[in-house]
Design a protein around this ligand. Structure first.
Ligand SMILES: [Zn+2]
Length: 475
């Protein structure tokens, strides 16, 4: 297509960009703060205070000592209301963004201050850094504070994380063992799973996958975690991420006997807690990588409620029941198409008599004549047209002829204005031309008509009228 348009294609550039995208997809599960991994200040902090200990698998609250406050990469000793700072305390019940799961959020409070914890990241492997905003009061390094993870957000993230593991297992079951994780995002409000597969999923496959995940949820399988030797974990067939470096010990998350993955994320205790799983989108990320976006629990329920509301609104607008919306829309559609065609017909009819028929009036001696052939019409419409012409011509002879809409016969109407009717009788004129269309006719001096079978002779008949009128005038 580019060639046809005289354009070139930068294939090398395209391939390079594609490779970068592949690399990005491969890396998306690595700790989010990876680009900051060089920051010496974070490494110095780990040296000074030791490795961060994550207690969030067991509980969501902790009494801790505030060990460091950072403004950007600068260490400060305190922060007050309105300031945005990063905090370090140890241990931390806050999950740090990684393995696709977003970081925990929550609150920090002291007798004098309130702090909003908006995210938790790991800029270097062993440091939990809490991104915060001081809402009120002042916090100071060394003081005792109370930290609480947002339980609702954590619970919903767990639904999405366990849902992601079940989805992964079901994808392999439905599509085949070649399906491997290429990246994932687990947030409290949604989940996204990228995987290697070479074609778009069909609607049937998507339905099957969604149904199967929900079946697993209803079975309410127990979710168990176990820390074990990496080689043992791999030996039991636990899914590991290609290219990821694991330590000697790993955490294995198991859902009944159908899912087993190396994973550090936070999960439901039972699959039933997920409640409901709904796929909302399937798309392509790069060549050979598909993406499924889905919702679980309250978000999935809300999604269905929203769709129900939309359907109700549409059915009320269409004045039909929700079950009959499709048929009704289809019917309206074909009615619209029919009306469009009708409008087109009327438009072309309205545009047709562009020339003024009076301009076509001829003089035969002192008499004005309009002899006109119109598009197929019923006799009453031919008469109406002749009437209109007579009203405009005011003095003279009007002849209008047309085939009927079925194309079976032809009719001619002759009208003569009263001032000429005594010398040029309409019925005489009709008699003079009806023979040509193999028809018969008659009428009165001011109006007469004829019908015949020879449609193709209509032009000749109209022309013949000139001679008939000349003869009558001469007589
Ligand atoms: Zn996981």
């Amino acid at each position: 297509m580019a060639q046809e348009a005289g354009l070139g294609v930068d294939e090398t550039g395209f391939n390079a960009a594609m490779e970068v995208q592949r690399e990005r997809a491969r890396k998306s599960w690595v700790g989010a703060g990876e680009e900051e991994r060089g920051a010496p200040i974070y490494r110095a902090l780990v040296e000074e205070i030791g490795k961060s200990q994550f207690t969030g698998y067991e509980h969501l609250e902790e009494e801790v000592t505030l060990l460091a406050i950072l403004k950007g990469t600068e260490r400060v000793t305190s922060a007050k209301g309105g300031e945005t700072v990063d905090l370090v305390f140890n241990p931390s019940p806050f999950y740090a963004e990684g393995g696709g799961q977003v970081g925990d959020r929550g609150t920090l409070s002291s007798p004098t201050a309130l702090v909003e914890i908006n995210n938790t990241v790991k800029p270097v492997p062993d440091l939990h850094l809490h991104r915060t905003k001081v809402i009120q009061g002042t916090i100071t390094v060394g003081e005792r504070v109370h930290v609480t993870v947002d339980a609702e957000a954590r619970k919903n993230a767990a639904r999405n994380h366990t849902g992601t593991h079940i989805l992964h297992a079901v994808l392999r079951e439905v599509l085949g063992d070649h399906v491997k994780q290429a990246g994932s995002l687990v947030a409290p409000d949604r989940l996204r799973f990228d995987f290697y597969h070479f074609s778009a999923l069909t609607e049937k496959e998507i339905d099957r996958i969604e149904a199967r995940v929900n079946e697993r949820i209803r079975e309410d399988a127990h979710v168990e975690t176990e820390v074990m030797e990496t080689k043992d974990a791999i030996a039991t067939g636990a899914m590991a991420l290609f290219g990821e470096k694991y330590g000697e010990k790993v955490r294995v998350v198991r859902v009944a006997d159908f899912s087993r993955e190396l994973c550090g994320g936070t999960h439901c205790h039972g699959a039933g807690e997920i409640g409901f799983f709904k796929i909302v989108k399937e798309s392509s990320v790069a060549a050979g990588i598909r993406r499924i976006e889905a919702l679980t629990g309250p978000a999935a329920y809300q999604h269905v409620k929203n769709q129900e509301r939309v359907l109700r609104e549409v059915s009320s607008l269409l004045k039909t029941r929700p079950e009959e919306v499709a048929q009704k829309a289809e019917r309206l559609n074909s009615q619209l198409q029919e009306k469009d065609r009708e409008i087109e017909r009327l438009k072309s009819r309205a545009a047709a008599p562009a020339s003024d028929p009076l301009a076509n009036a001829r003089k035969i001696g002192p008499v004005s004549l309009i002899a006109e052939k119109i598009s197929p019409a019923e006799i009453k419409d031919i008469r109406a047209q002749a009437d209109r012409l007579r009203d405009r011509l005011k003095s003279g002879v009007i002849i209008v002829g047309a085939p009927d809409p079925k194309g079976e016969k032809v009719s001619i109407v002759v009208m003569v204005t009263p001032d000429w009717a005594s010398r040029l009788s309409a019925s005489e004129i009709v008699k003079g031309i009806a023979g040509l269309i193999e028809g018969t006719g008659g009428g009165k001096p001011e109006m007469a008509q004829a019908g015949g079978k020879r449609i193709e002779k209509l032009d000749a008949a109209l022309e013949q009228a000139v001679q008939v009128i000349e003869t009558l005038l001469a007589g």
